[in-house]
Design a protein around this ligand. Structure first.
Ligand SMILES: [Zn+2]
Length: 100
């Protein structure tokens, strides 16, 4: 399985988007929200005091029925399967499909 909080094997960018609670606190939309309610929002995203999870920067979507994860780095944009198989860049993938 791919480590969604790891680093990209192609460009070395970190995919760790930071602690979910910390990141939510920074959002303008929650400026006037009670701290206890912000914790509830974080909990709804799988975060807890015991298991402080982080956001991933990987972009997740589906191509040809396969769930893929794309590196957020604009200079990389490599796409991986959930098992960590490098499918190359989405541009290369689409070009290869056209030629097939
Ligand atoms: Zn990358």
């Amino acid at each position: 399985m791919i480590d969604r909080l790891g680093t990209c094997p192609c460009c070395g960018a970190s995919w760790n988007g930071g602690d979910i609670l910390d990141q939510i606190k920074k959002l303008d939309v929650f400026t006037h929200t009670a701290p206890s309610d912000i914790v509830k929002v974080a909990r709804s995203m799988g975060w807890s005091e015991e298991n402080k999870t982080s956001f991933t920067k990987l972009v997740v979507y589906e191509v040809d029925g396969i769930v893929v994860l794309e590196c957020h780095n604009d200079r990389c944009k490599h796409v991986f399967t959930a098992d960590g198989v490098d499918m190359g860049s989405m541009t290369e993938y689409r070009e290869a499909k056209k030629l097939a």
